[in-house]
Structures are given as C-alpha cells and as structure tokens.
Design a protein around this ligand. Structure first.
Ligand code: SF4
Length: 239
C-alpha cells in the first residue's frame, strides 16, 4: 500500500489557499516599484511560445491552456508546418490536428477548438485574426486571457493576461489582491506604471514561472524582494 505524502506542518503552503498569512496590499508607489524592479532585471521580455504570426500565436495560446509552453513548443513546429494558415488548419480538421498535439493536455478538445476557430476565421474574418476583443472571445476555446495575450503580443495593446502565475503573485505579494482573475487584472492595470503596462504581463509570468514559484518562492534571488509584502519569504535555498 503506498505511503501517503504529508506536508511538513511547520512550513507554509506558499501561495496556496491554505497559506497562513495574507499579504497586506502594497501602496501604489510600492506596486510601481515592484514592477519596475522586475523590468530592470529583464529589459526585453518575450513570450516563450513559438509562433510566426497572429494566427500561429492564437493557436499556440489556445493549446497552452492548462499545459506548459514547453509541451506546446514541442508540438507546434510540425503542426504549423502542416497547416500554417487558418484555411489549411480548417482543412486539416480536428482529426488531422489531433496526432500533432497528443502530448498536450486536453488535446482532443483543443483539436476541435483549433479546427473550429480556424473555420470561423475563414468564414467571418477573411482568414485574418481580428484585433478586437469581442471578436476574439467569440472564437471557440478563446477566453479573456487568451484574447489578452493575442491583443498584447500580436497587436501591441496594453492588455494584462492574468494566468495562474500572475494571479498567485498578485495575491501573495500584495501587488494586486483579488478573489477573481478579473479583480487581479483590473487592479494590476490600475497600478502598473503606464509606460510598463505593455510588457508587464511578461515580467510577471516569467517571474512566477522561474522565481516566485507556487510551492516555494525563491525570494533570496528575487529582484523585487525589497517591495514585496509576502510575510513568509524564503530567504535561503531550501529554506
Ligand atoms: S520576495 Fe519572494 S514572495 Fe515576494 S515576489 Fe519575490 S519571490 Fe515572490
């Protein structure tokens, strides 16, 4: 019989709902300094998804829901070589897309969505990805977060895509506390220095992915530690 894994009860569940202490909300200047510190540490952030144009970006973001960018990047070069346009992807269809993305979580539903959204792009938008939130969110598999990524990365809009990392950072650090993704998004947009808003979601996603991690944040190497209100900082590796 397998031995159940138990958490050390003396250590906090960093960033989880059961984390013992809530962070105080940052003052507005402190929040701006927090984001500036991330910006200075990584002046040219970029999405880690591989894409060539708005269409391949849209497909990659749809495929990345509840999956890692690395798993998507392993699948998409061959998929995009086989079907680089909405017309070609619609022709490939869900049955043809499936074999390319079988190693990505929830692949069957994603194959159906990518085929369907490609058909709609051809039928409604002349094969172009619309630079319009409502039109994007009307596509299968495209929610507010995906639309925000496409609007930001493909069309240069100051949209804040809140994923699991950004939601955690917003609440854990006091940068933008909120009970819902939308609350965190709205608070971040309101508090981010305007000149940094275009890039801010990249800084925050990368920070959450590599430094302010879910189970154990690596505060000892965090460029924003001086502005963070998290009260259970991990100050040494393994601490
Ligand atoms: S100090 Fe720690 S908890 Fe705060 S932002 Fe940095 S890594 Fe995250």
């Amino acid at each position: 019989m397998p031995i159940p894994r138990v958490r050390n009860p003396t250590r906090p569940l960093h960033g989880s709902a059961a984390a013992p202490r809530r962070a105080r909300m940052m003052a507005a200047p402190q929040a701006a300094s927090f984001i500036r510190a991330l910006a200075e540490a990584n002046p040219a952030p970029e999405t880690e998804l591989l894409y060539a144009d708005p269409f391949t970006l849209l497909v990659a973001v749809v495929l990345s829901a509840q999956a890692t960018d690395a798993s998507v990047n392993r699948a998409t070069p061959a998929l995009f070589a086989a079907a680089p346009t909405p017309e070609a992807m619609a022709t490939l269809g869900a049955e043809g897309i499936g074999p390319f993305i079988r190693r990505i979580g929830l692949w069957q539903g994603k194959a159906r969505n990518v085929a369907a959204l490609s058909r709609l792009l051809v039928e409604r938008h002349a094969g172009q990805v619309p630079a319009d939130r409502a039109a994007l969110e009307a596509l299968p598999g495209v929610g507010r977060k995906t639309a925000n990524v496409v609007l930001n990365v493909a069309f240069g809009e100051e949209a804040m895509a809140v994923d699991t990392h950004i939601f955690r950072i917003g609440n854990r650090t006091g940068l933008a506390p909120g009970r819902t993704v939308r609350e965190v998004e709205d608070r971040l947009v309101a508090r981010c220095p305007p000149e940094l808003l275009r890039q801010a979601h990249h800084w925050l996603i990368l920070h959450g992915r590599y430094v302010c991690k879910a189970r154990a944040p690596e505060c000892w190497r965090c460029p924003a530690i001086g502005y963070c209100n998290y009260r259970d900082k991990v100050l040494t590796p393994g601490g």
